[in-house]
Design a protein around this ligand. Structure first.
Ligand code: ADP
Ligand code: ASP
Ligand code: MG
Length: 402
């Protein structure tokens, strides 16, 4: 018998009618003979509303209490989903993350799953019930509620699919699959039938919010096939899977831009061994992720170091870097990071040149560059983000089948 994990995002369960439509989908596959685990997100903008409530009471809320509050959005959805399934005449039972033993580390608001206990889910599935799980949440070893970072219900779903060795993890959302770029920004973006784990991992890490980065890390590690599918029609969406031969022929699969980063420049640090280690050690202690880094050495024995961090971490990163002996520290949160991704880059040259030439033709200045085997990213001015994304999308002819 097949086991399918179905995940419904916020828009797909936003109101009673959509909740019922999602429930119908679960029941259809259940009736066709599959075991079904449903993972739900909070309804609509509920998580944003809960955050607003928290900040209206305290502008520096405790992260532990934030997690207790934010997890309630998904808890509400899961109970409503079980009720919607009942109304279609099928047995279902809802659980919070804690009730099914989703254990995480203690890093509140960005926790990572470390273990899940399958016994309760398997017991309920064996009673022919649809099991509904509240996404985005777990509990640490001291029984504190944690959440997995914004968009984290995808990770709940894929982690469950890995644990249960599901035949498929269907991520139902408000677009009909993964596109060559965010269709909200690039009107001629094209839906992909298939994409490799590595490509979507790079795209998601570089800001394509269509799937949560951690969910793809899990999927790749445990070989979980994922389909990103529309919840509003019967489209088959995009399959995320292991790389297969013909994929290398496609040089660039997608492009993305994010405004979630900020740039810090530390001017005039001593140009001597151990300086960079010291700076990044201090940042790591605060659990601040650093992405791009460049260092320039000047003639007077001093160096300038520039790096990017998530905007959310900017204040903490600035406080941390102020501990370092330097002439001046400058922050810029008006930047965007533009990336193109494709596994074909490994065997084709000239991609960076084409990207830089395209930006130059558009009079867009490149502030920082970083590359991996399958990705090129440039930091540019924030206000040029959309223009730049459309320009590279056109330059690489991503709107055309390759
Ligand atoms: P959900 O609430 O279902 O989890 P999200 O809002 O997290 O949905 O993700 C879906 C959104 O991701 C889409 O509405 C789309 O605008 C955005 N998105 C960004 N990049 C892409 C892409 N490359 N392909 C498809 N959607 C994308
Ligand atoms: N509700 C959470 C969020 O809005 C988690 C999710 O939707 O995946 O980020
Ligand atoms: Mg999402």
């Amino acid at each position: 018998m097949q086991l399918i994990v179905q995940k419904f995002g916020g828009t797909s369960v936003a109101d009673a009618a959509r909740m019922k439509r999602a429930a119908k989908r679960a029941v259809e596959e259940y009736s066709a003979g599959s075991k079904i685990v449903v993972v739900v997100s909070a309804q609509g903008k509920m998580t944003d509303e809960l955050l607003e409530m928290a900040y209206s009471i305290n502008n520096k809320p405790s992260k532990r209490e934030l997690d207790s509050l934010l997890s309630t959005g998904e808890q509400m959805s899961s109970a409503l989903m079980a009720m919607a399934i009942h109304s279609l005449g099928v047995s279902a039972v809802s659980f919070t993350g804690r009730q099914i033993g989703i254990t995480t580390d203690s890093f509140h608001t960005k926790a990572r799953i470390v273990n899940i206990n399958d016994s309760r889910i398997l017991e309920e599935l064996s009673k022919n019930k649809i099991v509904v799980v509240a996404g985005y949440q777990g509990v640490d070893e001291n029984d504190n509620i944690t959440t997995l970072g914004r968009g984290g219900s995808d990770t709940s779903a894929v982690a469950l699919a890995a644990l249960l060795k599901a035949d498929m993890c269907d991520i139902y959302t408000d677009v009909d699959g993964i596109y060559t770029a965010d269709p909200r920004t690039v009107s001629n973006a094209r839906r992909l039938n298939k994409i490799s784990y590595d490509e979507i991992l790079e795209l998601a890490s570089m800001g394509a919010q269509v799937v949560h980065v951690r969910s793809i890390e899990f999927a790749k590690k445990f070989n979980v096939p994922i389909r990103v599918r529309p919840s509003f029609n019967n489209g088959t969406g995009t399959l995320i899977c292991k790389e297969v031969g013909e994929m290398e022929n496609i040089v660039v699969s997608g492009a993305t831009v994010t405004k979630d980063d900020a740039k810090i420049t530390i001017i005039g640090v001593a140009d001597e061994p151990g300086q960079a280690a010291n700076i990044f050690h201090e940042l790591a202690k605060e659990k601040i992720n650093v992405d791009m880094i460049i260092q320039n050495v000047s003639a007077n024995g001093l160096a300038d170091l520039t790096f990017t961090v998530q905007k959310d971490d900017l204040i903490l990163a600035l406080e941390t870097t102020k501990r370092i002996k330097a002439e001046e520290i400058i922050a810029d949160d008006k930047i965007a990071k533009l990336s193109v991704v494709g596994i074909g880059m490994r065997s084709h040259c000239g991609i960076a040149e084409k990207m830089f030439k395209t930006l130059s033709d558009e009079k867009i200045n490149i502030q920082m560059i970083s590359t991996s085997e399958i990705k090129i990213s440039c930091v540019i001015e924030e206000k040029q983000a959309e223009k730049a994304l459309n320009a590279v999308h056109n330059a690489f002819e991503l709107d055309k089948e390759q």
